[in-house]
Design a protein around this ligand. Structure first.
Ligand SMILES: [Zn+2]
Length: 345
């Protein structure tokens, strides 16, 4: 279950060791910046340009290139892999050297500060850990169409801000749909203090998004997220819980309010990863979109009609039930004899 995995994953950012290692890798000039917005932008730039690297396929341990690798799929994780949270290990055979190079997908932020490489999962994990270590309220954000990034709370702006360390992007939440051409479905933010469905921050058209969200019952999902969020709030103690609750209600208002119009030109196609890899994923924006983009099942007009029909049916049933409930709730007044009514007139 994804929820449990990610709720657990974000807990490591609050461990002492993780914080100490994180603080030690950040350059002193970034530590010195006082303004949160400026500091985060500097952190993103440094992270992308000087700290982390992207790995589509690892380099062969012997010849040091990845030109002639054969993908072996997942290979068995060893004890060290498991110790650093790599339950998935990719194997590659160099056809020149005939040796196998392993690429463990580490989840441990401490380990990632050492290896400093990976794909968006590793990037987002390490970057979120850095933000937490530097004292920010930060969340790991999971996009069900296969991407991960960070959200950071900016005190001055009193709101959560989108940060994608791979690109890097700061406060450009519509990039995935407008720039990459994704069709987003579910996006959930995780921290040690809460779980929030933040999809609305990232979609152009909430109605079309709703159409695509047909994996699970909406009410069931909303209840589940709410229940877990409140449980995490309660674990923070009454004082902190009150702050979190207040912050959440402001966020909810923002998510469900109207959005400011932003010009399409402001959004770029995906920058991270090789061109071949990005095109294969259909994340190069308009013109390069293919049917493999996302896991959305709504692509054609017929799909929309089908879902619309379901929605109307559901709405009609809800209305009927509502009416039935109102019927029961209405107090039944005893009928008064006609004579009495006339007497009053
Ligand atoms: Zn080789």
């Amino acid at each position: 279950m994804k929820f449990e995995t990610y709720t657990e994953q974000v807990l490591q950012y609050h461990e002492e060791l993780c914080k100490i290692v994180a603080m030690s890798v950040v350059p002193p000039e970034i530590h010195k910046i006082n303004n949160q917005v400026e500091q985060l932008n500097a952190l993103l730039k440094w992270f992308k340009n000087d700290f982390f690297t992207w790995t589509n396929r690892p380099n062969c341990l012997r010849c040091g290139t990845n030109n002639n690798l054969q993908e072996l799929g997942h290979v068995h994780p060893n004890n060290e892999d498991r110790e650093y949270g790599a339950s998935r290990v990719e194997g590659y055979k160099c056809l020149d050297c005939r040796i196998i190079t392993r690429f463990p997908r580490y989840n441990s932020a401490v380990k990632l500060f050492e290896t400093r490489t990976g794909r968006c999962g590793e990037w987002a994990n390490a970057f979120t850990a850095l933000c937490v270590a530097m004292g920010y309220a930060a969340r790991l954000v999971l996009d069900w169409t296969d991407h991960v990034w960070t959200e950071v709370y900016i005190e001055e702006w009193q709101r959560w801000v989108h940060c994608d360390s791979c690109e890097p992007l700061f406060d450009k939440p519509l990039t995935y749909e407008k720039g990459w051409g994704k069709q987003l479905t579910y996006i959930v933010a995780f921290s040690n203090q809460e779980i929030v469905d933040v999809t609305r921050r990232y979609v152009i058209d909430p109605f079309m998004n709703k159409m695509r969200r047909n994996n699970v019952n909406e009410k069931w999902l909303a209840d589940l997220v709410k229940q877990r969020r409140e449980m995490l709030w309660d674990m923070q103690g009454p004082e902190m819980a009150a702050i979190l609750r207040d912050r959440y209600f402001r966020e909810e208002k923002e998510l469900f309010g109207d959005k400011d119009e932003v010009a399409d030109e402001d959004y770029l196609p995906r920058q991270s990863g090789s061109l071949e890899w990005r095109s294969g994923r259909g994340e190069m924006g308009k013109g390069v979109m293919d049917s493999t983009a996302g896991s959305a099942t709504i692509k054609t007009r017929e799909d929309v009609d089908r879902v619309m029909k379901d929605m109307h049916r559901e709405a009609a049933r809800a209305k009927q039930e509502e009416a039935k409930r109102a019927e029961v709730a209405r107090p039944q007044l005893p009928e008064r004899p006609e004579a009495e009514l006339y007497a009053e007139a």
